[in-house]
Design a protein around this ligand. Structure first.
Ligand code: MTE
Length: 368
């Protein structure tokens, strides 16, 4: 049944469906690690409502807010008027690796993501900055809000999923209004006909099925910016939360995960090849990945698959470590170009919404 759902969204038969409706699913770790550019059939999906049906021919993008004039632009006009640009960027959900936080303490009402709510694609579209320049902005402009055409229901209200980014980021050339993914038309489940792509930021800001862009003086008041996707201290719960507090999530933090071997696998004693990915947020690069078979007493430096580190793209790495017979645990941590690294223990970063788990990634294996 679940694989039927995955199939209906053109996903791989081994896709892991976390929720059938709305469809929320991720690939198995070892399949994710096969290709630095993730094929659409292996690209995770994060939805908060059903996938809307949008007719690309009659579609109009609305641009409003502080700009001097309100605009409606069709897809054809968008393609004609602005030069197209391709950016390769890794998208990572703020809830990636939530299962590690759930193992510390219960988290209610959230999707239990493994470490595969992440994927890398080459996105083609037009630069948001070109569109904003054309629309014209007043001096009060500080934030750019994206609103989707999906129909989310929260606390009795219905609205489109949305969120904003600071104008400074919005004016950076890498932020796209994308209509293609890996050289093909964007699939409906990934936001067709048009979605925002905000490299270096949590996936939530890359709003799919983009209906409207609003230039504002304040951050978005959309539920998914003002309530969800905020980080609270460990002592705050759903009962005690004050939504005016909390950190609004933006740039992702440095993270890494082991994709091979997978959790629970049996491996041979002696040298074990460990493979994974690492990602740095906010345009920082991944500079080093350490792997340990003895809970961090000794570390082996991993080798990267490619020499160059791109600002918006994850890196694949591999290391060979020695493992003793019996139950073993492999641990990985990454360092970024600002020497940020991952915290040792998920307990230190637990939060009731289950965001931004970048604790050392641990995989338990049996060594025989
Ligand atoms: N945009 C809309 N309109 N609705 C959504 O539910 N989910 C967001 C973002 N954009 C979402 C959305 C989240 S939380 C993430 S992580 C990414 O889309 C996931 O993109 P993907 O499904 O293409 O992988």
């Amino acid at each position: 049944m679940e694989n039927e759902t995955a199939k209906s969204f053109d996903k791989h038969p081994h896709f892991i469906v976390r929720e059938a409706e709305p469809f929320n699913a991720e690939p198995p770790p070892r399949l994710l690690r096969l290709s630095i550019v993730t094929p659409p059939e292996l690209f995770y999906v994060r939805n908060h409502a059903s996938v809307p049906e949008i007719d690309a021919d009659s579609y109009q993008l609305k641009i409003s807010g502080l700009s001097n004039r309100e605009l409606q632009i069709s897809l054809a006009e968008l393609r004609e008027r602005f030069s197209s640009r391709t950016v390769t960027a890794t998208l990572q959900c703020a809830g990636n690796r939530r299962d590690g936080l759930m193992a510390v303490k219960e988290i209610g009402g959230e999707v239990s993501w493994g470490a595969q709510a992440i994927g890398n694609a080459s996105w083609t579209g037009v630069s948001l900055c070109d569109v904003l320049e054309f629309a014209g902005m007043t001096t009060d402009a500080r934030h750019v809000e994206f609103i989707g055409l999906d129909d989310v229901e929260r606390k009795g209200a219905r609205f489109g999923f949305g969120g904003s980014i600071p104008l400074e980021k919005g004016l950076s050339a890498e932020v796209l209004l994308a209509f293609e993914m890996n050289g093909a038309a964007l699939a409906p489940v990934h936001g067709a006909p048009l979605r925002a792509i905000v490299p270096g930021y949590i996936g939530a800001r890359s709003v799919k099925w983009l209906g409207e862009i609003k230039v504002k003086s304040e951050p978005s008041e959309n539920y998914f910016q003002a309530h969800a996707y905020k980080l609270f201290p460990p002592g705050v719960s759903a009962q005690t939360v004050d939504w005016n507090e909390g950190l609004m999530l933006g740039e992702v933090s440095v993270n890494s995960a082991i994709c091979r071997p997978q959790e629970g696998e049996t491996v041979r004693t002696g040298k074990c090849t460990v493979q994974g990915y690492a990602m740095a947020g906010g345009g920082r690069g991944v500079e080093r990945v350490d792997v340990s078979g003895d809970n961090g007493q000794t570390w082996t430096e991993a080798k990267f698959d490619a020499d160059d580190s791109s600002r918006w793209v994850w890196r694949f790495w591999e290391a060979e470590i020695d493992l003793m017979a019996g139950e073993g645990q492999i641990v990985a941590r990454a360092w970024d170009s600002a020497t940020n690294t991952q915290p040792e223990d998920a307990r230190a970063i637990w939060n009731f919404k289950g965001y931004m788990n970048n604790a050392w990634h641990r995989v338990n294996v049996f060594v025989s």
